[in-house]
Design a protein around this ligand. Structure first.
Ligand code: NAD
Length: 243
């Protein structure tokens, strides 16, 4: 095994994925940063290279297997992948369309499947897969398609963990709570503020707080943990009103 581990991060151009790229690279990994937005990805990777981190841009759409395979063409062996590429939009259940539902499943579920499968095929000496689910997998209003997609990611994680354990690949999921990223900042400011008020701490997580948990599950020193979902949500998933 070479001194430097190679890790792929999808959804790497901004937000949670970008924070994960920086964290894994700072820990000494060579990181292939994958995103479908090639321009934004290039700018992000250039900035990281300026910090002397070993990060390579690997533009690809995780829903398009051929583009993922092409982006991984020069990779001999992989040690880890984090599948952070995902989309979100909201719609009341009674207004939700099949088109929006299918698009959500396509990116969040099929995209996770394709990227994780292509990575696992290159983990010839074992490895780590960390998927990104969401606290939203437990339920919520105005985003049934997102809830369904993120619950599916948890199921996929458990199934992959069982099938890949013989190959020495641990598969776990991180389920972030409300996090301050371009995804959530694309909502009107008053909506962002209203969401923050629903958090037990009264504020959104930072992408670095999510990356910290991902780094733990992606580390070669983390052993004997597989098929688990770690909620990084400030305790919101505990639920319950308290006095
Ligand atoms: N921000 C939150 O509050 C929150 C909470 C829970 C879970 N998550 C999950 O964390 C992940 C990252 O979220 P974020 O807030 O950083 O989002 P973001 O929108 O800020 O960034 C997502 C990145 O993924 C990329 N992407 C989207 N579809 C892609 C595809 N098909 N192929 C390749 N790249 C693609 C986008 O170009 C973008 O750079 C997502 O899976 C999201 O569902 C986010």
């Amino acid at each position: 095994m070479g001194a430097r581990r190679t890790a792929v991060v999808t959804g790497a151009a901004q937000g949670i994925g970008l924070a994960i790229v920086r964290r894994l690279a700072r820990e000494g990994a060579r990181v292939l940063a994958m995103d479908r937005n090639a321009e934004r990805l290039d700018a992000a990777v250039r900035a990281l290279a300026g910090e002397s981190l070993d990060v390579v841009a690997a533009p690809a759409d995780v829903c398009d297997r051929a583009s993922v395979v092409a982006a991984l063409a020069d990779v001999g062996r992989l040690e880890a992948i984090v599948t952070a590429a995902g989309i979100y939009d909201d719609a009341a259940f009674l207004d939700l369309t099949e088109e929006a539902f299918r698009r959500m499943l396509e990116v969040n579920v099929i995209g996770t499947f394709i990227a994780a499968q292509e990575a696992a095929r290159r983990m010839s000496s074992g490895g780590r897969i960390v998927t990104i689910s969401s606290r939203g997998a437990l339920g919520g209003t105005r985003f049934a398609h997102y809830v369904a997609s993120k619950a599916a990611v948890i199921g996929l994680t458990r199934a992959m963990a069982m099938e890949l354990r013989a190959a020495g690949i641990a598969v776990n999921s991180v389920a972030p709570g409300f996090t301050d990223t371009p995804m959530t900042r694309s909502a009107p400011p008053e909506m962002f503020a209203a969401w923050e008020k629903l958090e037990p701490s009264g504020k959104a997580a930072s992408p670095d707080e999510i990356a910290n948990a991902v780094a733990f599950l992606a580390a070669p020193t983390t052993t004997f943990i597989t098929g688990q979902t770690l909620f990084v949500d400030g305790g919101k998933s505990l639920g319950g009103l308290t006095i």
